[in-house]
Each structure stands twice: as C-alpha cells, then as structure tokens.
Design a protein around this ligand. Structure first.
Ligand code: RAM
Length: 546
C-alpha cells in the first residue's frame, strides 16, 4: 500500500508547485522590469476548511439563480456514510474560496477490487452544481468549465486535485466503482490560497447591516482574486488585466495593503509591452510571464491612472519615476488617435473595452477616459518632479474638453452622445463626469440622471461599469443616489446569495452572460470588489457622528 501524504505534505507540495510555475528565463534577456516583478513574487497563505454541510439543490423557478441549497446533513457526518457507483453528493464549504481540494478515499465492506472513477464539479454558485453544463452555448472554450473526471487506484488513498479551482460547492459523483466495496470520504479539506496576509474585517456596527455585508463580500472577492498577481477571476481568466487591477488596487489600499503586489503587477505590464510600447490589456504569469494578444486603449490609459494612484497611496516615488517613461508612452500612443479638432477617433484597430454592454459605442467614453488619464498624469508628474515632460498636456485637455462640449453634448437632452448614431449610454455620461468635462455639477448630475432613467440609454451589464457610474456620482455631488445604486446593484447580488461579487450582473436579466452561457461567467470577479473602497476611502454610507 502507498503511504499517503499528510495534509502538511500536501500543503508543502502545493506551495512548491506554485513557486515553480512562475519561472522566468534567466540571464541578460530578461527585461529589467520583469526582474523587479519576479523579486516581488508574494507568498501565498493557506486556510484549511472542512465542508460545513452536505446539501441538495432545490429547483426554485422564481429565484434569479433558479436553485437554492438545502442542508441534508452536517459536514462532520460525512465520514459515517458509505457510497457506491451511481451515488452523488454536494459539499458546501460555507463560503467562496480559491484553492485546492484534498480527501482520503477509503474502501468499506471489502478490499477495493477496482479503481474508482469520480466526476468532481466545482461550483461558485448553486447553478454550477445543480444543472448540467451541457449543451454548452458559450463562445469561449468549454475547457474553462470547472469539472474533472478522476480515476483513483490503490485505495485507500489521500488524493489532492492538482488543478486550482474557485468554489464554494463541490459535487462528487461516483461514476464507476466495483459494487463489491463501498466508499467513504474522510478528511475532506479545501486549501484556500491567497496572498492577502490578513482576513477581511467588518465595518463598525454603526453602519447599516447591508453596508457591512456588501463591504465584507467585496473584501472576500478581493482576497480570493489575490494570488501571485491580482487575478481578474480565479475561476476562469486567471489573468492580470489593467482595468481590473485599478479597482483591486484601490480596494487594497483601503483594506489589505498588499501594495507590493500592486507594484509587481505594474512591473509585469511594463515588462510586457506591445511593439509600439502600449501595455497589453492583460498578461499571463505562467508558464513564464507573457503578454496576451489583447490590447485595449482604455486599459492602457488606466495603466497611467493606476500608477499615479499607487504612488499616491504608497508614497513610492521611486517606482513612479522608474515607470514614468512607460506611462508617458501610453499617452503618446493613445493621443495618436485624437484628431486635430481634439476628438478621439475609434478606428477599431485597437479594442476599446469600457463594458461588455451589448451594442455599446465606445468612442465618447474612451475620449473622456483619456482626458481623465491626462489629468492624472499631470498629478503624477507633479509628485515625481517631471512637470517638463507634460507641458503639452494642459492644452490637450482643454482641446479635448472643448471638443466634447461642442461635438458630443446634446444640450436639449442634457446628455453626451457617442458615435455617428449619437448613442446615449450610461458609460458615456459616467466617463464625461469623471473627466470633469461638464461645465457645472448641475450639468453633470443631469446627464447621469437622464441616462439612468431613459429606456433607450445603453445600460451597463458589469460591476466594472457600475463602479464608474458610482464613482462619477460621487465626483459630482450625488452621494444619496450613489449609495442607492450600490444598494440596488451590489445589494441585489447579496440578496441573491452572493458570497463574492460577480463578473456580470444585470438586475433585469440576472442570467445574462457576455459569453453566451452563464456557466462561463465568473462569480468572484476582481472588478466587482470596489464597494469596500467606496465605503472606506470615499466615505460612502458613513454614519453621521452622534
Ligand atoms: C473579461 C475579463 C476581464 C476584463 C476583460 C476586458 O474577459 O473578465 O476581467 O478585464 O473582460
């Protein structure tokens, strides 16, 4: 019989494997920025969790996620049960985590005269384990779907699932095993991994309970995305994206303070630019740091914003100076898309993301986002003493602000428009306001209110863009509406039972997916973690002193 590794040995093996995976090529060829990123590789800490319950999914047609979970028996009772071919059960770990699963599988009644074949399905939400993933209708690969077929020999065995998953639930199906013996599952353990070095803390109880819970779930979301970089979603992409990073970094300054992880991410982007110097929209860490083939103009502009905010939050001016040429290069390349009249032209050559909303015209929001980034570049230049490099920026800002007011504003409707069809969207108003383009707070407030109310305005479908609407509301004095929006949006996810906030959520159509199938969605997604920053750093919802 093989000697089974102890949980300690498993944990050590997990850590060793993680460390090996970030494996930069050695020598002169390694760009200096990647060397800095490598030195900042964080250690992951582990929490070990036992299942709290064995649950069953109950169909609930009027529930936004179609199912709810009912407890069958406690996690501790699992070791008293024996299972045979055809059986299945669902483990509930009581909350979302990113990590590994291990268990000891023991034959009962007789020796094991065959291997055991199991199907494990890892679920972030009940739908993942309550219904089949097939037929799959998504346009991104079905290889992302979180299920595994395992064949285990030589029972009893302590087994660790090699692939990292993001989950709260695990459905265990005994697909095949000889009927001469039964199966018992012992020491079932989830090894939750994160580079956050502390656990989320609750806001004081003087805050309304819903705010405390939204804040906590935001932090759980951030914690589970904090691995060796700020991942966008531990279930699926597992990549570092600039747009997600900005919001994670902000949330981090208000909570875990893993500032060196932000720095590592800034250096990873800096070390993996496109040939013209534009940072990639996302990069891969493994098997070696590599850029993806995705560049987005708005994310490149947000790189500059993220650097400015990092320097401001951490006081690390040295990094600001080191990465300053990278930031300058972003603006140089981006401004090539601004015409003589000061209007940003979306040629379609490089992707503008802004949001996944179907049919969204990106030109006006990107125009405004560039102005927002130019203003932040001025702030960064001032803080690191590089004012001479940005002498042309005030004139460019003036030109682009004037162009937006003249060409993109529909004065009779009180709204900014985007593209030749003069599309009205929430995205455009939010970014115009954040870029301080409206002449007055009244114009700004009216634009946001109008777009939120009008049926023909393109609405966001991701927490990412909802964040920018809230941030814009706060920028123009709409605190009450900002808080109401956080409550009706993130609060609605909480009411549905979210342990972590989702990649996509449309309150009017909760089962919507940017990818054509909700099983491809990620339910712990970086860009949805920002409410903790809104509450803690921006003072949103802070109770009045008594
Ligand atoms: C999705 C990811 C990621 C986001 C990009 C633009 O693929 O969810 O978080 O930044 O879109």
């Amino acid at each position: 019989m093989t000697t089974n590794p102890t949980p300690e040995e498993i944990a050590k093996a997990v850590a060793a494997e993680e460390a090996k995976r970030v494996n930069l090529p050695a020598g002169e060829a390694v760009p200096a920025f990647l060397k800095v990123a490598k030195q900042l590789l964080p250690e992951l800490t582990e929490r070990r969790l036992a299942p709290v319950a064995i649950v069953a999914a109950q169909p609930q047609p009027d529930h936004p996620l179609r199912f709810s979970m009912q407890t069958l028996f406690s996690g501790r009772q699992l070791e008293q049960k024996s299972w045979t071919e055809g059986d299945h059960f669902i483990l509930d770990f009581g909350g979302h985590l990113t990590g590994y699963l291990s268990f000891r599988i023991v034959p009962t009644g007789s020796v094991a005269d065959s291997p055991v074949r199991l199907r494990l399905t890892f679920g972030e939400v009940p739908t993942d384990v309550a219904e089949s993933f097939h037929p799959y209708t998504g346009w991104i690969s079905a290889a992302w779907l979180p299920d595994e077929l395992l064949t285990i020999d030589d029972l009893p065995q302590l087994w660790r699932v090699a692939r990292r998953h993001a989950f709260r639930y695990v459905k265990v199906e005994i697909v095949a095993a000889s009927r001469r013996f039964g199966l018992r599952f012992e020491q079932v353990t989830a090894h939750a991994m994160s580079s956050a070095t502390s656990e989320p803390a609750l806001l004081p109880d003087s805050y309304p309970e819903w705010i405390r819970q939204v804040d906590l779930v935001s932090q759980n979301t951030l914690r589970d995305c904090m691995q060796t970089c700020f991942e966008d979603g531990p279930r699926r992409d597992r990549r570092l994206w600039v747009g997600d990073l900005r919001l994670q970094a902000l949330a981090n300054y208000a909570t875990f303070r893993a500032d060196s992880l932000v720095k590592r991410c800034l250096y990873l982007f800096a070390g993996l630019p496109r040939s013209d110097g534009l940072v990639n929209g996302c990069v891969y860490e493994r098997p070696v740091p590599t850029y993806a083939d995705t560049t987005t103009l708005d994310y490149a502009a947000l790189y500059c914003v993220t650097l400015q905010e990092y320097v401001e939050a951490s006081g690390d001016q040295e990094t600001g100076r080191d990465l300053w040429p990278v930031a300058l290069r972003q603006m140089d390349v981006i401004l090539q898309n601004v015409d003589k009249a000061g209007v940003f032209i979306d040629t379609g050559e490089t992707w503008c993301f802004i949001d996944w909303a179907f049919g969204l015209d990106k030109s006006a929001p990107t125009h405004a986002l560039i102005v927002f980034a130019l203003r932040r570049m001025l702030r960064l230049a001032e803080s690191i003493g590089r004012g001479e490099d940005v002498q042309a920026y005030p004139r460019m800002i003036e030109l682009m602000v004037g162009a937006a007011r003249q060409h993109l504003f529909d004065a009779s409707a009180g709204l900014y428009t985007s593209g030749p069809a003069r599309q009205i969207s929430c995205a455009t108003q939010a970014w115009m306001v954040l870029a301080d383009i409206p002449e007055s707070p009244e114009v700004a407030q009216r634009a946001i209110r109008n777009a939120m109310q009008r049926n023909d305005a393109v609405k966001p479908i991701t927490p990412y863009l909802y964040h920018y609407i809230v941030e814009a509301m706060l920028a123009c004095g709409m605190e009450t509406e900002a808080l109401a929006l956080v409550k009706s949006y993130w609060g609605a996810m909480l009411d549905i039972g979210a342990d972590t906030f989702w990649e996509a959520f449309d309150p009017l159509d909760p089962l919507t997916s940017p990818y054509g199938d909700i099983h491809a969605n990620s339910y712990c997604h970086a860009w949805s973690c920002s409410p903790t920053w809104l509450f803690r750093a921006k003072g949103l919802g802070r109770p009045a002193p008594v």
